[in-house]
Design a protein around this ligand. Structure first.
Ligand code: ADP
Ligand code: AMP
Length: 219
């Protein structure tokens, strides 16, 4: 089963994916996380991606498609895609790749939220550089301020691209290039599960589960 989670940066995709993978036993494939680990490992892909990521622009489609096709194959096609596809070209390539394996997307979940809300969220986001756990300085505090709950003694960091000027560019990129992916899916007849994403994390999870459950039962 392949679930696609759409939404602007800061909509809560990563937060909700962690819960979706537990319930439906899927692998979480975040294109952003994969790129960050490629960078940390100093690979060619990581080096190529660096300047795009730091300036809030999209990494070129071909690099991303190749990376995600490999990751989906490694997950045996049982995954939640977080941050991919981010362009219509990526969406069409994903459909082609799945069709080659007689598979298709099971559900597209679209987190709907205003820019002002995500700007606030991203400025307070902190993450663990070791395990990738994500916190928020106001809404999802770690037990000990500034430290990861799971990796004891590990300091949390702010992603460099969560600085306000880069967040503005990321939102611009979202509206100019990524928002069209929703239209791509509706034009191709794919049902889109729109979720109002400005609310308590647990309420949003409950709504996602309710919609995914009814979709799975209907099949
Ligand atoms: P995305 O993966 O879409 O970029 P994240 O899941 O990393 O977004 O969430 C961005 C920030 O907002 C994180 O600090 C997270 O803890 C916080 N957050 C996520 N969902 C909510 C919510 N429903 N209400 C308040 N804060 C949230
Ligand atoms: P994220 O962690 O999803 O916020 O992604 C961080 C950054 O990685 C983005 O701002 C882009 O520069 C890059 N990136 C992640 N996913 C993609 C994608 N599907 N296409 C192009 N660039 C991406």
């Amino acid at each position: 089963m392949v679930i696609v989670l759409l939404g602007p940066p800061g909509a809560g995709k990563g937060t909700q994916c962690k819960r979706i993978i537990e319930k439906y036993r899927l692998v979480h494939l975040s294109s952003g996380d994969i790129l960050r680990s490629e960078r940390a490992a100093g690979t060619e892909l990581g080096k190529k991606a660096q300047e795009y990521m730091d300036s809030g622009k999209l990494v070129p489609d071909q690099l991303i498609i190749e990376m995600m096709v490999k990751a989906i194959a490694a997950a045996n096609g049982n995954c939640v895609l977080d941050g991919f596809p981010r362009t219509v070209v990526q969406g069409a390539e994903l459909d082609k790749e799945l069709a080659l394996k007689a598979k298709k997307i099971s559900a597209v979940v679209n987190l709907v939220i205003d820019d002002e809300v995500v700007e606030k969220r991203l400025s307070g986001r902190r993450s663990c550089p070791v395990c990738g756990a994500v916190y928020h300085i106001d809404t999802l505090k770690p037990k000990i301020k500034g430290f990861c709950d799971k990796c004891k003694g590990q300091k949390l960091v702010q992603r460099p691209d969560d600085k306000p000027e880069v967040v503005k560019q990321r939102l611009k990129t979202y509206h100019e290039q990524t928002a069209a992916v929703v239209g791509y899916y509706s034009d191709s007849g794919q049902e889109i599960l729109d979720i109002e994403a400005d609310g308590p994390i647990d309420d949003i999870t409950a709504e996602i589960f309710e919609k995914l459950d009814s979709l799975v039962t209907a099949r």
